[in-house]
Design a protein around this ligand. Structure first.
Ligand code: SAM
Length: 261
């Protein structure tokens, strides 16, 4: 059983491929059949699809926005130059990638880009070829479709990035299974940041690292939920990270959270 198969878990029955029963009456064997498709296509492990039921609560606008094909199409075609002028880190996503690599160090066995969007960082990691496994997970099928197209353009084979449609609030990953998580410019889009952070803490191995970025107040929380520097720190501590291993850096309205489990 590969470390990848041990990392992916059903969001409903919570089992990995190793532990899932041949006949599962919780997820009706959907999980086992879906994981068998890796690496040929993206797999959908959102709880509502796995259960075959409509979601009890529809996701908020800050999540749903990214499912619009027009947003996913324009995302990477418009934003990177704006980020590079200083909206994210000065120097943009390339600087963020360098900072993330520096923080991860050699701790790069199984790495997940959670809320990967079009997978800018997952693709850069794949091109570096230093991770054992890369998982790219997002709730938006439209963003993941763009990731697949970009992988083809970049010559990255499907075996290098496992693409999962999933919800950070019901993360389809096993406890203590990941060496590192990157989550870029995403926490402000999650329906429940507290739950998302608890899930990330759960799936990291001891010594595993989280590098997350997000936008901050005084941006107004009308559609997105913007945090203060202190809220970001408290979110990580409440999720389980020890205060000594939680570091928050801010630059204007952009915050970077670095945590070690
Ligand atoms: C601003 S984009 C960031 C994309 C990418 N990480 C980047 O750095 O450019 C935020 C992403 O969060 C995703 N997202 C929102 N809610 C989510 C959820 N509940 N679970 C997983 N991903 C979610 C959106 O689909 C979107 O792709």
């Amino acid at each position: 059983m590969s470390s990848l198969q041990e990392a992916i878990a059903c969001p409903v029955c919570q089992k990995t491929l190793t532990t899932a029963p041949q006949e599962c009456n919780q997820c009706h064997n959907y999980f086992r059949n879906e994981v068998a498709k890796i690496p040929s296509c993206l797999i959908d492990l959102t709880p509502e699809i796995v259960k075959g039921e409509a979601a009890v609560n529809s996701p908020p606008l800050r999540t749903e926005l990214f499912r619009l094909p027009i947003i996913s199409f324009l995302y990477e075609r418009i934003l990177p130059p704006i980020w590079a002028m200083g909206l994210r880190n000065v120097g943009g996503i390339d600087i963020e990638f360098q900072q993330c690599l520096e923080f991860f160090g050699n701790n790069s066995g199984v790495v997940a880009d959670i809320s990967c969007g079009t997978g800018i960082i997952a693709r850069q990691l794949a091109l570096l070829q230093r991770c054992e496994q890369i998982i790219a997970l997002d709730y938006s099928e439209a963003m993941l479709g763009q990731l697949q197209q970009q992988m083809q353009l970049n010559g990255i084979p499907p075996s290098q990035i496992t693409i999962i449609r999933g919800d950070v609030g019901a993360l389809p990953l096993a406890a203590n299974s990941l060496n590192a998580v990157y989550s870029g410019a995403a926490m402000h889009c999650w329906p429940d940041a507290e739950q998302g952070m608890r899930n990330i803490y759960r799936v990291l191995r001891s010594g595993g690292k989280l590098f997350a970025t997000t936008f901050l107040q005084p941006l107004p929380s009308i559609v997105f939920r913007f945090f203060t520097q202190d809220e970001l720190r408290q979110l990580a501590i409440a999720a389980g990270f020890h205060p000594d291993y939680v570091q928050v850096e801010t630059r204007g309205i952009y915050g970077t959270l670095k945590c070690v489990k």
